[in-house]
Design a protein around this ligand. Structure first.
Ligand code: GTP
Ligand code: MG
Length: 476
């Protein structure tokens, strides 16, 4: 753990998003918190002894000129029972930016300094209230848009990942202790545990759980990070109308004029707990003008990162050659497996289902690779079929993912540390089978412990730490 103890300086930051809102919270942490409470807060009823975790009502004032800044509620949370384990003061005020700025300036004038991004959470980590995996869970929680992502983050904050890592480390430590007996008494038979038992211990207690967590990174990614889904098709089929209907707001401009959308337009949807970033795109047609050409180039770029795409067609009109521009662009999506065919404007077609079936077989006969593909009928105007479409989008996205998210999903940094650890464990297991000397096996195992320590923060450099916390927002 880095050699920094409790913050010597007192830090201050706005803990709520800036901009108009109900309330704004200014957060202070450090040894001056109680003193700042006394100097900037004028309670309506006199306070003899400030009680910890009690909300006081009064006025925030600038002690330099005694002006009243705002009507506030203030709480002091005395160390170690606070977010950072230091004395923490939080001032709840009206969230006007001028008021918040004035309060922060006043606190700085009285000896606090502006906090760095993530510094409150960094102090919680450095002061030992949470480990690094839990600190990263705080970041996930502040960014989680999908319900499942939120649940995964809160589980990590509760210490699930940390506990799993601790258990694995303990198994490895136990194995090292056994090997040390063999190193210290080389002539004795290894009686405490046989080689087979030692291998077994490492396989079940380290190798398997490490591999399953690494595996969960890919399988659980969609639950944690969500997915990008593109809507692609020729002009005027209703792509922007669909985006607006699914997002329940007028995000994109809709007109009967073909070529309305030129750029990509995004909307965030929460479908069955999964965050879906739906992207409306420019209509694809032959001989695009200069702006449309740029728009189509953007689709090509986006498609590389998309997990699925909706190929949209107008069921009320016959298939046109330009309809086939979309699958051409979407070809990179795993040989069209991730494309969902959407027949829109079903409200304009009587007996639309038989018409859609006919149209689908027409498509399949022209595009062999799409044969047997999934299609759905929708009306972006009446809303018919949209529920079905949402369900099918999730089915496509979860095609290779488990129906339920894994209980722990590591982030990229954690996955890389797990991979380093499992490599060392694999090498140790191999060396045990080959009867390699115990001190060499022990070196592998120590490397595994050190890699796991990077997840919990037991072995981490200041540089990595700074990098992690730089992704946090101010006041967190
Ligand atoms: N009847 C009916 N009209 C629709 C439906 N969806 C869209 N429209 C109409 O079709 C026209 C084109 O809709 P848009 O959503 O702008 O189509 P687009 O695919 O985004 O078009 P571009 O941006 O030009 O590529 C508009 O007049 C919409 O009101 C639908 O499901 N039923
Ligand atoms: Mg459009």
């Amino acid at each position: 753990m880095p050699d920094i103890c409790r913050g010597e300086d007192t830090i201050v930051a706005l803990a709520t998003p800036s901009g108009p809102g109900g309330i704004g919270i200014v957060r202070v942490s450090g040894p001056l918190s109680a003193q700042l409470f006394r100097s900037v807060f004028r309670p309506v009823k006199p306070i003899k002894v400030i009680q910890s975790h009690r909300l006081y009502y009064g006025w925030a004032c600038d002690p330099r000129d005694h002006t009243v800044i705002d009507e506030v509620l203030v709480v002091l949370m005395k160390a170690p029972h606070s977010y950072t384990k230091e004395d923490v003061m939080e001032i709840q005020c009206h969230s006007g930016s001028a008021i918040l700025r004035r309060i922060i300036e006043t606190l700085i004038g009285q000896g606090a300094r502006l906090a760095d991004p993530g510094e409150f959470t960094k102090r919680a980590f450095i002061n030992g209230r949470i480990d690094l995996a839990q600190a990263e869970a705080v970041l996930d929680l502040t960014q989680a848009c999908g319900d499942t992502a939120g649940q995964l983050a809160v589980r990590q904050l509760q210490g699930c990942l940390s506990k799993r890592i601790k258990d694995i480390r303990n198994t490895i430590k136990e194995s090292i202790a056994t090997l040390e007996v063999a190193i210290d008494y080389p002539d004795e038979e290894l009686e405490i545990i046989t080689e087979t038992q030692l291998r077994e211990l490492l396989i079940t207690g380290a190798q398997n759980p490490l591999n399953s967590m690494i595996d969960a990174f890919d399988r659980g990614k969609i639950y944690k990070e969500g997915a990008e889904v593109l809507i692609v098709g020729r002009p005027n089929v209703g792509k922007s109308s669909l985006l607006n209907a699914l997002a329940c707001e007028d995000r994109a401009i809709v007109t009967p004029i073909p070529g309305t959308t030129r750029d990509t337009i995004e909307a965030l949807l929460n479908i069955q707990g999964i965050l879906v970033r739906l992207i409306d795109t420019a209509g694809i047609r032959p001989d695009p003008d200069a702006i449309e050409t740029i728009g189509i180039e953007r689709i090509r770029k986006k498609v590389k990162f998309a997990q699925a795409a909706l190929w949209m067609l107008d069921l009320s009109e016959p298939l046109r050659p330009e309809d086939f521009g979309a699958p051409e662009i979407l070809y990179v999506l795993q040989k069209r497996k991730k494309i969902l065919i959407v027949f829109n404007k079903i409200d304009k077609v009587s007996a639309w289902e038989s018409m859609a079936e006919k149209r689908a077989s027409e498509i399949f006969s022209r595009l062999q690779e799409m044969a047997g593909g999934v299609w759905v009928g929708t009306s972006a105007i009446t809303g018919e079929g949209l529920e079905n479409l949402s369900r099918l989008i999730i089915n496509k996205l979860l095609d290779e993912a488990p129906a339920e998210p894994p209980d722990i999903v590591p982030n990229l940094r954690q996955k890389e540390a797990l991979e380093t650890a499992v490599k060392s464990v694999n090498s140790a297991i191999g060396n045990i089978s080959q009867g390699i000397s115990p001190d060499l096996i022990s070196i592998d195992l120590r490397e595994a412990i050190s890699a796991l320590g990077e997840i919990t923060g037991d072995s981490i450099t200041d540089e990595v730490l700074d990098h992690i916390f730089s992704h946090f927002c101010l006041g967190k």
